[in-house]
Write a protein that binds this ligand. Structure first.
Ligand code: TXA
Ligand code: MG
Length: 326
């Protein structure tokens, strides 16, 4: 049976009551966040969390981000150091996840944290934080896609991938940020970037006055176990830093930069003709899907600047291009 889709622009109150009802039954539902669509379930209910993994076809249990209605709710589940609190006050609601020690009395289930004594928490913008406030419990939510696939930035993306496996998809329009949250872990004087995302490392450095420590290459896999090297993968092969497009490839470029051979490409997508990296991030996953849908055997991607949100874009592209297990 196909999922019911409720558009919050049409009936926000209905979306809130139906979403709360399904969550109360222990069912996972698709929710809009500012980063990507999430597959959300009650983080305190082990059966509900198990259904997230089943629905995604995730091969194993990874720690999931637990979404909170606000900072006060997050403080009931996690212990904040001063730098993490500064970050939360500056960037919440928004695309920042903080990895923090979990409070002993937090009801968040071990299946949501993969048994770690830490928990990844964030407060999303908009409908989802209202839903969490109404529901009253944190929501564990990875991106609402089959494991290993490109993350969804629209309700249609979710419906095409998981529509048959879900009872409810809440449509909040196109996800404005378009890449997942930045994951940060503060350890004493160190501010560690576990995953680049919708808040730039530079913005974190300006606020904290500290240099952000990055992971080596794609070794995020070790500290953030959900970050397997091959991830965000379209069906087509992905070729990075393309100086020229080869015949039959689909081409993704940036800022109107000329790329030799583009006339022979199957299709050309410009992430942001104006050269705006925030706009490019918002388009990234949708254009990867569209490039894939052209049937091209390979997607060539021209170089994208690595500063600001470009760091998150390049991280996701590197994962899309990484050697596949299957
Ligand atoms: O923007 C986002 O963050 C989206 C939306 C839906 O909120 N969610 C998302 O969740 O990307 P997910 O499950 O795909 O990514 C969770 C990442 C994984 O890499 C996981 O390893 C890391 O967060 N993580 C979660 N809890 C952690 C913890 N306690 N310690 C280290 N890493 C953690
Ligand atoms: Mg994901």
């Amino acid at each position: 049976m196909a999922a019911r889709i409720i558009d919050i622009a049409t009936d926000r109150a209905l979306a809130l009551t139906e979403a709360s009802a399904r969550l109360g039954e222990g069912l996972p539902i698709a929710i809009p966040t500012e980063t990507v669509y999430g597959l959300a379930a009650d983080a305190t209910n082990p059966a509900a969390v198990t259904r997230i993994y089943e629905t995604k076809g995730r091969p194993r249990f990874n720690p999931l981000i637990c979404h909170m209605a606000d900072l006060a709710m997050a403080e009931r589940h996690a212990i904040f150091d001063p730098v993490s609190r500064l970050l939360a006050e500056a960037f919440w609601p928004g695309p920042l996840t903080l990895v923090l020690p979990r409070r002993a009395e937090s009801g968040i289930h071990d299946l949501a944290t993969a048994g770690l004594d830490t928990v990844g928490v964030r407060v999303p913008r908009g409908f989802t934080s209202d839903l969490i406030a109404a529901f009253g419990r944190p929501l564990a939510a990875p991106s609402a896609n089959t494991s290993g696939k490109v993350s969804p930035t629209s309700a249609r993306h979710v419906a095409e991938d998981l529509g048959e496996k879900l009872s409810l998809i809440i449509d909040g329009g196109r996800a404005p940020v378009g890449v997942e949250s930045t994951i940060v872990k503060v350890e004493g004087d160190r501010v560690r970037l576990l995953r680049p995302g919708g808040i730039s490392a530079e913005a974190i450095e300006r606020l904290t006055g500290r240099k952000v420590e990055r992971q080596e290459g794609l070794s995020g896999a070790i500290e953030a176990p959900g970050m397997l090297a091959s991830h965000y993968a379209p069906g087509a092969a992905v070729r990075l830093f393309a100086a020229a497009a080869e015949p039959g490839e689909a081409l993704i470029r940036f800022a109107g930069q000329p790329v030799a051979g583009s006339e022979a490409a199957k299709a050309v997508f410009d992430l942001s003709p104006a050269g705006d990296l925030a706009e490019a991030a918002a388009h990234l996953f949708d254009y990867l899907k569209q490039a894939d849908a052209t049937g091209a055997a390979r997607i060539a991607v021209a170089a994208i600047p690595d500063e600001g949100l470009g760091e998150a874009i390049n991280d996701r592209l590197a994962r899309a291009a990484a050697p596949r297990d299957t």
